[in-house]
Ligand binder design. Structure first.
Ligand SMILES: *[C@@H]1O[C@H](CO)[C@@H](O)[C@H](O)[C@H]1NC(C)=O
Ligand SMILES: *[C@@H]1O[C@H](CO)[C@@H](O)[C@H](O)[C@H]1NC(C)=O
Ligand SMILES: *[C@@H]1O[C@H](CO)[C@@H](O)[C@H](O)[C@H]1NC(C)=O
Length: 267
């Protein structure tokens, strides 16, 4: 109980800190607040278009994440955390070389303009990467919304109806709501894991592979849980009276919920 409270408290402080700094209400672990805000602000059709990406963004010289040009055309670029590198849009040099004794303003650069080469992080590969991550983000977002709707329906109609039919109390049927609540939570975490994947450096091959492994590990029991929750629940709803499979349904569904909770927590 104490540990649960501790976890809840940490989670709440995380959410509220983010609400204050960037105004996001959705819990977005494993992504940090600033990156999550940035992700939500990205115009998805623009970022999937290599021409737009080439003209409007520049790769950070340190981590290669593409950063959008400042709206006021000022030259000082700041990469997202944890990189947070300050650099010049025009010459791609470290920003401190513009300030100090040189005393230059935000719009002046006396170095040579950086020449884009065909090698390295191209606009094409950045747009491809974004498209993949965004697609899986959106798919998981819709699956999360479906689970959310189902959960509401469970509370208003399904559980009360099932309670009459299976001669169980509403309280005894809470494990069904817990299963759907876990499905919703796992889809939420998976969804944000795709934004997290996008912000990983392209050369962080091991980290990317490890994340992919964890995503797959979370996806497998989640699908089982989903299919089981959906099919067996429908079977119970279709039965005429108390079903002899009810106890098995309860213990199996609770097991899959627990396994899914564990594999999701690794993300
Ligand atoms: C996103 O970009 C597209 C194409 O540039 C544009 O038509 C659309 O209005 C933009 N959407 C938003 C919400 O800014
Ligand atoms: C998106 O999901 C598909 C299907 O599971 C997978 O093949 C693909 O690798 C995923 N994309 C990313 C960027 O993880
Ligand atoms: C949701 O995320 C999983 C990765 O765990 C991915 O395989 C899948 O393509 C995404 N979308 C859907 C509809 O499952």
């Amino acid at each position: 109980m104490y540990i649960l409270l501790l976890v809840l408290e940490t989670l709440m402080s995380y959410v509220s800190a983010c609400l204050v700094s960037v105004g996001i209400k959705d819990t977005h672990s494993p992504v940090d607040c600033e990156s999550a805000a940035n992700w939500l602000a990205m115009n998805s059709s623009d970022y999937q278009d290599p021409n737009w990406v080439r003209q409007n963004t520049v790769p950070c010289p340190r981590c290669e994440l593409r950063i959008i040009e400042n709206q006021d055309w000022s030259l000082k670029m700041k990469c997202l955390p944890p990189c947070s590198y300050d650099f010049c849009w025009r010459c791609r040099g470290v920003w401190t070389e513009h300030g100090g004794e040189n005393g230059l303003d935000l719009y002046t650069c006396i170095h040579d303009e950086y020449e884009e080469t065909v090698l390295g992080n191209t606009a094409e590969s950045a747009a491809d990467r974004y498209r993949d991550c965004h697609q899986n983000w959106t798919n998981n977002e819709s699956l999360m919304q479906l689970a959310k709707a189902k959960l509401q329906q469970l509370h208003t109609d399904i559980i009360p109806g099932l309670s009459n039919k299976q001669l169980a109390t509403v309280q005894q049927l809470q494990f069904i709501a817990e299963a759907w609540s876990q499905i919703m939570e796992s889809r939420r975490v998976l969804k944000w894991s795709y934004a997290y994947a996008y912000y990983l450096r392209e050369d962080q091959v091991e980290k990317q592979a490890f994340l992919k492994l964890k995503q797959d590990k979370a996806e497998i029991p989640l699908r089982k849980l989903y299919n089981y929750a959906e099919d067996e629940l429908n079977a119970l709803l279709d039965s005429d009276g108390p079903s002899e499979n009810f106890n098995k349904f309860r213990s199996d569904l609770s097991d899959w919920t627990r396994i899914t909770r564990i594999t999701t927590s690794f993300l």
